[in-house]
Design a protein around this ligand. Structure first.
Ligand SMILES: Nc1nc2c(c(=O)[nH]1)N[C@H]1C(S)=C(S)[C@@H](COP(=O)(O)O)O[C@H]1N2
Ligand SMILES: [Mo]
Length: 496
């Protein structure tokens, strides 16, 4: 039991350490704890809270740790008789952590690493200690010294786990401090009110407002930079009349503007999901640039993040009156750390890699012929306005549906030009006009729907959109490199 529990403790400590080093929002223990909260019936949770009060969360965490130690102890005992069964039991623990972690909407592939590495470490410790435990308790004459050695090994492993645990807490302190600062800033914010008519209420279409937890994330950072608002500063320099240094408090004092803006990645394939729509709250970029006084010879803003990522944005797009924002809040919450806390850029109409710098710290007003930004150096375009796209969200490819009336629906986008029309085609039939939902501006995606009288057989649905400038999406499929995919999205399925 002692050998098993020690293995469990070591595994836990290593998992916590890996998670802290990856600056994960949740460690495996917390992920399991949050999952327990999620699946606990409300009445039970209510009773638990009224019994233990504010101690509910620490108790839950302690409970998860205790359960891991108890199950590892059991696994240790089982391993004495049936090694395979004991090992399997021990491996179930990290597996549960991985599975509960993956049910989170913000789950990423790297999130499996802490549990995996912790699990392997725990197993190694068990395979090392359990045979010694057997020797120490075999009842022979040499029991004394073997037992002492076993206990020394256990002591060392427990000590090592304690040190690792302390180091993990120390390594995770940056993330905790930043999350605390975020929470404090969130006090005055409220969730946005969704404009009426934006959601058609057709099941299967992506919700018009993308929740933060489900918002796609693209960046070059393995662990997100951790910046505290106090001490944050944006340096504005280059071809300007006045260099400026703007603090977080300066930004807040300038007064905020809010806008619904759909952000989208150039790597989004036709029909892809690297797109989301949020309510952004921030300071107008054109105001700040006007205050710095931009030289008439400049045509670009080179922005740099704290981790050295760069992007080049045309000054025209930042000063033609559109809602280009230095955003500090997303959907009524301070920016999530993964989405650029404390300050990022959002520019309607341009792909993220040329406009949406997260963890922003530096602005240089310059000329495109004087630099290559991060992705431009790697073969992507220098300028990249968003291409008009439309996507079928329902039905899904290869769904089996019954003949009759079927709701077909999805989203279409052409940020800062706006969507004028969405059309549907069944197989090689005529184009049919879809119904469009309302939108508050030309800067967001729009939901569309169309009623299909489906006849039995295999069918292919194809969608195409036309922007408000009158341009219809070309049929020709192009790759995402260098400036975004084009082509029509289609879905094939069987109607029975
Ligand atoms: N600092 C930094 N900002 C960045 C990136 C990055 O790699 N580093 N990626 C950009 C790209 S390619 C996109 S599509 C958007 C994605 O923003 P999101 O992760 O908040 O959805 O952020 C942009 N801002
Ligand atoms: Mo992107």
């Amino acid at each position: 039991m002692l050998a098993g529990a020690t293995a469990g403790a070591t595994g836990l400590a290593v998992a916590e350490l890996v998670s802290a080093l990856l600056r994960g929002r949740v460690s495996p223990v917390l992920a399991v704890g949050e999952w327990v909260i999620k699946v606990t019936p409300g009445a039970v949770a209510e009773r638990a809270i009224s019994t233990v009060g504010q101690a509910d969360k620490p108790l839950l965490v302690a409970g998860v740790v205790a359960a891991v130690l108890a199950l590892s102890a059991l696994a240790g005992v089982v391993m004495l008789r049936r090694r395979g069964v004991g090992t399997t039991l021990l491996m179930l623990l990290p597996l549960v952590a991985v599975l509960t972690g993956l049910t989170r909407p913000d789950a990423r592939p790297v999130d499996v690493l802490p549990s995996l590495i912790g699990g392997v470490t725990g197993l190694a410790v068990a395979l090392w200690l359990v045979p010694r435990a057997r020797m120490a308790t075999s009842g022979s004459a040499e029991d004394g010294p073997t037992r002492r050695r076993f206990l020394t090994d256990v002591g060392l492993a427990v000590l090592a786990s304690g040190v690792l645990g302390a180091v993990s807490r120390w390594a995770g302190r940056g993330r905790r401090a930043v999350e605390e600062a975020r929470r404090a800033l969130g006090q005055g914010l409220r969730p946005p009110e969704q404009p009426s008519g934006v959601d058609l209420g057709v099941s299967g279409i992506a919700p018009w407002e993308t929740p933060n937890a489900g918002f796609y994330r693209i960046d070059t950072a393995l662990a997100p930079p951790l910046l505290e608002p106090v001490g944050w500063e944006l340096r504005i320099h280059g071809m300007v009349e006045r260099e400026l240094r703007v603090t977080y408090a300066d930004l807040v004092d300038r007064g905020m503007q809010s806008a619904w803006i759909t952000l989208c990645c150039v790597s989004n394939e036709v029909g892809g999901e690297l797109i989301g729509n949020a309510y952004w709250h921030g300071v107008r970029i054109d105001d700040l640039l006007a205050e710095a006084g931009v030289s008439p010879d400049a045509d670009a803003l080179l922005s740099t993040s704290q981790d050295g990522w760069t992007c080049g944005t045309p000054l025209v797009a930042l000063s033609d009156g559109r809602d280009a924002l230095l955003a500090i809040a997303m959907n009524g919450e301070p920016l999530p750390v993964e989405h650029g806390f404390p300050v990022r850029m959002v520019v309607p109409g341009l792909y993220g890699f040329v406009s949406a710098t997260k963890w922003l710290v530096d602005w240089e007003v310059t000329r495109f012929d004087r630099f290559d930004a991060y992705w431009t150096e790697r073969g992507w375009a220098e300028q990249a306005p968003i291409k008009t796209q439309s996507r079928i969200d329902t039905p899904r490819p290869n769904d089996s549906v019954v003949a009759g009336r079927i709701a077909v629906g999805g989203v279409a986008w052409a940020q800062h030009r706006g969507i004028a029309r969405v059309e549907l085609r069944v197989d090689d039939g005529d184009w049919q006009q879809a119904t469009l939902a309302r939108v508050p501006s030309i800067d967001t995606w729009v939901q569309w729907a169309w009623q299909w009288d489906a006849a039995p057989g295999r069918h292919t649905l194809t969608v195409r959109a036309t922007d408000r400038a009158g341009a219809t999406q070309p049929e020709q499929r192009t790759d995402v490199v260098p400036d975004g995919a084009s082509g029509w999205h289609s879905v094939s399925l069987d109607v029975g």
